[in-house]
Design a protein around this ligand. Structure first.
Ligand SMILES: NC(=O)C1=CN([C@@H]2O[C@H](COP(=O)(O)OP(=O)(O)OC[C@H]3O[C@@H](n4cnc5c(N)ncnc54)[C@H](OP(=O)(O)O)[C@@H]3O)[C@@H](O)[C@H]2O)C=CC1
Ligand SMILES: O=C(O)CCCC(=O)O
Length: 472
């Protein structure tokens, strides 16, 4: 077990603070401790990031990109160790943790290069003695607040574009999974990213968040997590009128049309639903299947779900690890019990095993008034509802305050395109259960958030636009 410090201005220190224990959700063992930082450490981190900003922003984008690439190479060299740490603190199977490290590193390589394509504009003037230009500049110090479900990728998806364009960052990783972030900061330091450019503070989230919200030098906040905390941060950002990007809850519908290739649909829904034990905001949570193929679909799905192995993510062959904590288990169990008490049929799973492990569960005969169709699940529960018409499927899928991801399975290209256009979601997987990639925009409509991460869109969030009018 290791005691970690926080990372501020290139220094590692525990500042004599109380400690937070980080536990392995598979075994309940304490794997490390991190300092319980608060307002003072958050302010020090903001001072350091502000101080470092002028020099970092003044470097050429090629110089910054080279340092980001060095960081990328070090992460790649150490990805097995990082993945093991991730599995120990977060619970996801080791093969998924390794996959996340590659995904996370993909944001570093993508944005290191994308920074070189931040182009300006010239605008024709209306008089002959003027020239009009538009340039882009880094927004400044960025506060980065990340969740526990993707301990590496949520850091790089935000930090890579920020650093590429010349911003500096203060990071608050989730206290449940801070070690991956701290190890990645160690590698950033080893890569030669200058002191103060990346700072990481663990500890009292509301206090740390509030300090950054009230600091006018922090010009942007980027957050992934619950809708409730996102709304609090959005309100708090108003005091200093910060730019904000929010990646909040989702409650993804997956629609299987009558003409779908059932094998494709089952495989797509298994990967979308059970990745990270169902703890992603893009998980299929509401599965709508055409009534004519419902029985065949359920039979195939259940057969595959019964093959999924639940266990400690460090053991070979495990597909589903533990949930993150007891609250998460209780929330999913409540959704299962409420559905069963309201007439749902149990097709597979249904109960907690021991500790924080939950059987992958399939329920059919679901109706939209059940809890599992109304609130985000964040667990391995696949509820199946049937529908009769396309219009009905679209209306029910869109009937949500969330609008992050949706999935459609069909072999009819015209219908597929019509569905993608009618669905009020920022991401649509058409015959694809895993659409997230660094080079495409990730983000939601409605209360799923604001802004986009990844893609060329993801870099704009860290830029200010400056218009220059030149009189000749
Ligand atoms: N969109 C997504 O990807 C995610 C969605 N969720 C949803 O949210 C539910 C709850 O998960 P939870 O982990 O509690 O998510 P939170 O939104 O509480 O946590 C996300 C991050 O915000 C921090 N945080 C919490 N409160 C504040 C605050 N007042 N000011 C500043 N930062 C704050 C957390 O710190 P700390 O945890 O250290 O206190 C963590 O780093 C899940 O069950 C799921 O439904 C959760 C995670 C990711
Ligand atoms: O918000 C989440 O759940 C993390 C992102 C998942 C993804 O990138 O697919």
């Amino acid at each position: 077990m290791k005691d970690y410090g926080v990372f501020i201005n290139g220094e590692w220190s525990d500042f004599g603070l109380d400690k937070i224990e980080v536990t392995n959700p598979a075994t309940n063992e304490v794997v490390a401790t991190v300092p319980k930082g608060g307002a003072a450490e958050a302010a020090k981190a903001a001072d350091a990031a502000y101080e470092a900003f002028t020099d970092w922003a003044a470097r050429s984008v090629y110089e910054r990109a080279e340092l980001i690439w060095k960081w990328h190479r070090l992460i790649d060299d150490n990805k097995e160790e990082l993945a093991k740490i991730m599995t120990e603190e977060q619970g996801k199977p080791f093969k998924e943790a390794l996959g996340e490290m590659t995904y996370a590193n993909g944001f570093l390589s993508w944005f290191a290069e994308e920074g070189k394509r931040v182009y300006g504009e010239t605008i024709p003037a209306s008089v002959s003695n003027k020239r009009l230009f538009v340039t882009k500049q880094p927004v400044g110090v960025v506060a980065v607040i990340t969740p526990w479900n993707f301990p590496a990728a949520m850091i790089t998806r935000k930090v890579a574009p920020a650093l590429a364009v010349g911003c500096t960052v203060v990071i608050k990783p989730a206290n449940l999974t801070p070690i991956t972030a701290l190890k990645m900061a160690e590698l950033a330091e080893e890569a030669g990213i200058p002191k103060g450019v990346i700072n990481v503070v663990t500890g009292k989230s509301p206090e740390i968040g509030e300090t950054w919200l009230q600091d006018a030098r922090v010009r942007k906040l980027t957050f992934t997590g619950s809708t409730e905390v996102g709304k609090t941060l959005m309100r708090g950002s108003a005091d200093t009128v910060k730019k904000i990007s929010l990646e909040l809850g989702g409650h993804a519908p997956a629609i299987v049309l009558e003409d779908a290739d059932l094998n494709k649909a089952v495989d797509g829904i298994i990967s979308s639903k059970f990745r990270n034990a169902g703890q992603t905001c893009v998980c299929s949570n509401r599965i709508f299947v055409h009534e004519a193929i419902q029985d065949a679909f359920i039979e195939k799905l259940v057969a595959k779900v019964k093959e999924l192995k639940v266990g400690n993510g460090l053991e070979d062959g495990v597909d589903i690890g533990p949930l993150i904590d007891q609250n998460a288990v209780d929330k999913v169990q409540k959704q299962i019990d409420e559905a069963l008490n309201s007439g749902a049929k149990l097709e597979a799973g249904g109960k907690a095993i021991d500790g924080l492990f939950l059987e992958p569960t399939v329920l059919s005969n679901i109706d939209d008034s059940m809890l599992c169709m109304k609130e985000e699940t964040f667990g391995p529960l696949a509820p199946i509802a049937s529908f009769k018409t396309d219009e009905e499927a679209i209306q029910r899928a869109n009937d949500s305050i969330f609008g992050l991801a949706a999935y459609v399975f069909t072999e009819n290209i015209t219908k597929g395109i019509q569905f993608t256009e009618a669905l009020e979601f920022g991401i649509v997987g058409l015959n694809d259960g895993l659409p997230s990639v660094p080079q495409a925009p990730f983000g939601g409509f409605k209360q799923s958030g604001l802004g986009r991460e990844g893609g060329h869109q993801g870099i704009e969030e860290f830029l200010e636009v400056k218009y220059i009018s030149l009189g000749l």
